[in-house]
Design a protein around this ligand. Structure first.
Ligand code: FES
Length: 109
């Protein structure tokens, strides 16, 4: 079955800080948007699976963000928590058109 998506504008690429996250709220959801070194933009759920740390406030290193609360290391591309901890966060597909960043959210969200 084809899953419908909503394409939602979330931010201007030029307004995103380098290697830091930005919190975006949309219909009760909270996303963390990151611009990685090299300019790739990624979107993940803004809630650490450990105890709910705000991931957009974490330090970014390469493809990972370190949760600001207890330093869990989470891959921003696939959402997986790195060993020795485990878990994962939801990731979202991102499209960048000129300076505009859109996130593809499942229909109904
Ligand atoms: S809440 Fe993120 S590491 Fe504890």
């Amino acid at each position: 079955m084809q899953q419908l998506t909503n394409k939602v504008f979330v931010a201007k690429a030029s307004e995103l800080p380098d290697k830091l996250g930005k919190t975006v709220q949309f219909r009760g959801m909270e996303l963390a948007i990151f611009k990685l070194a090299g300019g790739k933009v990624k979107a993940i759920e803004n809630r650490c699976p450990h105890k709910g740390g705000v991931l957009a406030e974490g330090m970014v290193s390469g493809e990972h963000v370190f949760c600001p609360m207890h330093d869990w290391k989470i891959n921003i591309s696939d959402g997986k928590v790195q060993a020795p901890d485990h878990g994962c966060v939801q990731t979202y597909q991102v499209e960048v058109e000129d300076d505009n960043i859109f996130v593809m959210l499942p229909d109904g969200q």
